[in-house]
Design a protein. Structure first.
Length: 89
């Protein structure tokens, strides 16, 4: 009986960019070009007013992170809890 090949978590025509995130590789483009294109697309939807209203946005984000129990006693983002959230959610 022939030995079965070990299957990888993604095919050779995909780029793996982070925990749980697989982005399809576009023919004729390298990963850097795909990433630049992605940033431009995301920028169309990114709320740039968060820069103008950063104090209000910071307060809202802090409140949300507190509700999610993601902050340390010093009010900083707990890196372990944050990474667990990113990977598991």
């Amino acid at each position: 009986m022939a030995k079965q090949p070990v299957l990888q978590p993604y095919s050779l025509n995909c780029e793996f960019w982070g925990p749980g995130f697989i982005f399809p590789y576009l023919a004729g483009r390298n990963a850097f070009e795909v990433h630049l294109f992605s940033i431009k697309e995301v920028a169309n939807y990114f709320p740039f007013m968060t820069i103008k209203f950063r104090k209000k946005c910071s307060a809202l984000l802090k409140g949300r992170l507190e509700n999610m129990n993601m902050l340390t006693t010093e009010g900083k983002v707990d890196p372990v809890k944050f990474l667990q959230f990113v990977v598991n959610e």
